[in-house]
Design a binder for this molecule. Structure first.
Ligand code: HEM
Ligand SMILES: *[C@@H]1O[C@H](CO)[C@@H](O)[C@H](O)[C@H]1NC(C)=O
Ligand SMILES: *[C@@H]1O[C@H](CO)[C@@H](O)[C@H](O)[C@H]1NC(C)=O
Ligand SMILES: *[C@@H]1O[C@H](CO)[C@@H](O)[C@H](O)[C@H]1NC(C)=O
Ligand SMILES: *[C@@H]1O[C@H](CO)[C@@H](O)[C@H](O)[C@H]1NC(C)=O
Length: 322
């Protein structure tokens, strides 16, 4: 174990990451054989009550993995002397915490202190996105353990903003061991869910500070968005990121993007380089997108995971064990 960690630090230290070598297929096979089934059936129930849940969970999982790795730290609540990740500005509209807590209670009832919150979030994300396909869309290795640290400052420093350009996006993903290809593929998650007006309305009303519109934004789409977001000060209205099919997980994100209908500057940025624009072009093909998305999700789910005796198995996902 010690040697493995040393090797990891020496060989991979220059990447700044050490990724998930200790995760396993069916880690809970002996310790909690029902775990994956409980998580799946609970998740399916919740998705049938709320078709927006897959978007909430996948974003939560992304924010978890990008801050201290996929260690469930995004699920921790703030305490009297600590402002947690979920209370940072980029948390705007993070949701699904109640669902994870509910799944965790069901799992705890069968197998106390056995299944990590980090694994529950990873599995529930896969299961939620998979509902519409009636089959698991990617394999989830398990054995993650839960972190005990969560600070809003680290969320601010590690979550890419919708105003990032391609250089900044690439840097952000590279710092997590993810490639330009992963960036373009995972951005396709914006085929589901919604975004708040204030995160893109500068593109409609004041792009360069002269009351202008972003010239790289499709003008019909801009006119449509202006009917939804009527001023720069609207911080509450949301719009579907993939108009008309925001609960359907498909490759529309890329056909929209190629028509300059990416909602955020960070979406539009993917067209700024031939290499990434070409990848986006290939991903219009739905089968190709789903295959590549599965591979990139597996890579994201391994970022800086805690395994073995690192971290802990939380009893409640919102608080560290006392
Ligand atoms: C590439 C960098 C990314 C940036 C800058 C970014 C930014 C954003 C922003 C600003 C929102 C809207 C939040 C709101 O207004 O409430 C959003 C929503 C969302 N993001 Fe991303 N995101 C990125 C990558 C990802 C990745 C990798 C995933 C998952 C694999 C993802 C999944 C989602 C989903 C599903 C939503 C909709 C959430 C909802 O409906 O509540 N995003 N993203
Ligand atoms: C406050 O922070 C310290 C260390 O940062 C920690 O040991 C202590 O338990 C915290 N107290 C509360 C109430 O969270
Ligand atoms: C997000 O953070 C703000 C403080 O920055 C907090 O008031 C709000 O409750 C948080 N939202 C969630 C869903 O935790
Ligand atoms: C991207 O943004 C950074 C920070 O604002 C800036 O320094 C850099 O020049 C920008 N790169 C491009 C290609 O626009
Ligand atoms: C547009 O941006 C400029 C420069 O940042 C600012 O001075 C101006 O007040 C903005 N206009 C509006 C309507 O907010």
């Amino acid at each position: 174990m010690k040697f493995r960690i040393l090797l990891c630090v020496v060989l991979l230290g220059f990447l700044g990451v050490c990724q998930g070598g200790d995760l396993k297929k069916k880690f809970y096979r002996d310790s909690c054989p029902e775990a994956e089934d409980i998580i799946k059936s609970k998740t399916q129930q919740h998705v049938s009550d709320n078709p927006n849940l897959p978007a909430k969970l996948i974003r939560l999982h992304f924010h978890d993995c990008f801050v201290r790795g996929c260690d469930g730290s995004v699920l921790l609540s703030s305490t009297s002397n600590n402002s947690a990740e979920r209370d940072a500005i980029p948390n705007l509209s993070l949701a699904g915490f109640d669902v994870i807590d509910d799944i965790k209670s069901a799992v705890e009832a069968k197998c106390p202190k056995t299944v990590s919150c980090a694994d529950i979030l990873t599995l529930a994300t896969r299961d939620a996105v998979s509902v519409q396909f009636n089959k698991p869309m990617w394999e989830v290795l398990t054995g993650r353990r839960d972190g005990t640290v969560s600070t809003s400052g680290e969320a601010l420093a590690n979550i890419p903003t919708p105003f990032f350009n391609l250089t900044q996006l690439r840097q952000s993903f590279a710092s997590k061991g993810l490639t330009l290809h992963d960036l373009v593929v995972l951005s396709g998650a914006h085929t589901i869910g919604v975004g708040h007006c204030n995160l893109f309305s500068n593109r409609l009303y004041n792009f360069t500070g002269k009351g202008d519109q972003d010239p790289s934004l499709n003008s019909n789409y801009a006119a449509f968005l202006k009917t939804k977001c009527t001023s720069l000060s609207d911080t509450t209205t949301t719009v579907e990121m993939d108009p008309g099919s925001s609960t359907k997980f498909n490759s529309d994100y890329y056909s929209n993007l190629l028509q300059n209908k990416g909602l955020f500057q960070s979406d539009a940025a993917l067209l700024k380089l031939d290499q990434s624009a070409d990848i986006a072009g290939e991903l219009v093909d739905e089968d190709k997108f789903l295959t590549e998305f599965a591979e990139s999700m597996k890579r994201m789910g391994k970022i800086e995971v805690l395994t073995g005796s690192d971290g802990e198995i939380r009893k409640k996902c919102s608080v560290v064990n006392s």
